[in-house]
Design a binder for this molecule. Structure first.
Ligand code: GDP
Ligand code: MG
Length: 392
């Protein structure tokens, strides 16, 4: 039942669970050496070259990457289009760069990518104030020999500080071969996984990391320029393993406002720690869940705790009804300090006061009792003294 399962959303327990599972996978994502990071004011300007297959998201990501460093680190980036293979490549970069207000270089007539790349890099290196030059390259459909040779030549000629391998989240295991092929042509030093906003979980990133011995630095999460997120291994792995986005879930929990200085969650956590998952704690949990927006969203972030049968509308309605019933209880009843009061006559009163059937009040109390039992099984949660006091 959803209520009992929601009760599993206890920070400590989830964190421990997540850490235990993530440790191994995280090692797979961490090649042990950090990637080059462009810095403000660097002379000569840092050169970052993007490689990857056509459609992987290079052009889009080049612009996002340049914009990200300008926005968050105050760098002065510029873009160079060394894709002379695909008709319209320069126009696409030009359009995106113009939208972002980032200077760009390219040619409609020059067909030699090495030439355009070198001219562009030289141009911006002499440009006062420019400290980051992002070079977009061509990427045909397969890692054909000509493309890889072109990648090698552009890299040799522009001597980039960093070569970024861009991969689509949906490519899966094929990422290994792709990344390896590019790595043989250019010194790949970082990976960016794009289209993480789609259905794919991006498991191929593990292969790309293994093939390039480079870390994942960013994730593309949409088609727009700001849709680039710094890579967080923990959250990536928990999503990959179907554990849900634990960090995201924790963050949400913490932003819930409360009448006192503590968040309902903190109060809840304390109550549970004391082995005291009272009805008031349950009410706080509902309150917390309701301020977090659609339950479905929350549910999708929770690690396998929610049954497939979960129904958003029913879940919400039920929580509302339960809260109404709890509002008809006295403080003593909610806090479980005056449990003796929760006898048949009190149950009848609560039912009358909230306009709900007696049966439902009893159900709620029983469900709460089951939750208390479940809570007590979570690690580091004390067993309540008496879970039977609530219904008698
Ligand atoms: P390139 O051929 O490697 O240069 O790839 P493009 O940058 O042209 O991107 C190919 C398509 O993928 C375009 O339609 C982009 O808008 C789209 N795209 C790129 N990154 C993302 C992303 O993170 N999310 C989504 N939804 N679409 C993306
Ligand atoms: Mg492109």
């Amino acid at each position: 039942m959803v209520l009992a399962q929601l009760a599993g959303s206890i920070k400590g327990a989830l964190d421990r669970m997540c850490n235990a599972i993530v440790v191994d996978e995280k090692v797979l994502l961490d090649p042990g050496k950090p990637s080059f990071t462009p810095t403000k004011g660097r002379r000569p300007a840092s050169v970052v070259m993007f490689v990857g297959l056509q459609g992987s998201g290079k052009t889009t990501t080049c612009v996002k990457y340049a914009d990200y460093h300008r926005r968050t680190k105050g760098l002065s980036p510029a873009l160079v289009c060394a894709d002379t293979f695909r008709a319209g490549a320069f126009d696409q970069l030009k359009q995106n760069a113009t939208k972002a207000g980032i200077p760009f270089y390219g040619s409609h007539t020059e067909s030699d990518p090495v030439r355009v790349a070198v001219d562009g890099v030289d141009w911006f290196r002499n440009e006062e104030g420019c400290d980051l030059i992002v070079v977009d390259t061509s990427g045909r459909h397969r890692q054909e020999a000509a493309l890889l040779e072109e990648t090698r030549q552009v890299a040799d000629a522009t001597r980039p500080d960093l070569v970024v391998f861009v991969m689509d989240a949906s490519i899966g295991q094929a990422a290994f071969e792709q990344a390896q092929a590019f790595r043989e042509s250019a010194p790949v030093g970082a990976v960016i996984v794009t289209k993480m906003d789609g259905h794919a979980k991006g498991g191929g990133a593990l292969s790309a990391v293994a093939a390039t011995k480079s870390p994942v630095i960013f994730m593309g999460t949409g088609e727009h320029i700001p849709d680039l997120e710094a890579f967080d291994a923990k959250s990536f792995v928990s999503r990959l393993l179907g554990l849900g986005d634990l960090s995201g879930f924790m963050d949400k929990i913490h932003v819930i406002p409360a009448d006192d200085n503590r968040s309902p969650y903190q109060i809840l956590e304390e109550l549970i720690k004391k082995g005291n998952f009272t009805l008031r704690a349950l009410r706080l949990l509902f309150q917390a869940v309701q301020t977090m927006g659609p339950l479905g969203q929350l549910v999708s972030m929770m690690p396998g705790l929610i049954s497939d049968k979960f129904n958003e509308r029913e879940g919400q309605a039920k929580m509302k009804r339960y809260m109404t019933m709890m509002d008809s209880m006295t403080d003593g009843e909610l806090d479980g300090t005056n449990a003796k009061l929760m006898n048949q006559s009190r149950i009848n009163r609560v039912a009358r006061g909230s306009g709900r059937p007696v049966r439902e009040v009893v159900n709620m109390l029983e469900e709460h009792k089951r939750m208390v039992k479940m809570m007590s099984k979570l690690p580091n949660v004390k067993r309540p003294n008496d879970i039977n006091h609530l219904v008698n």
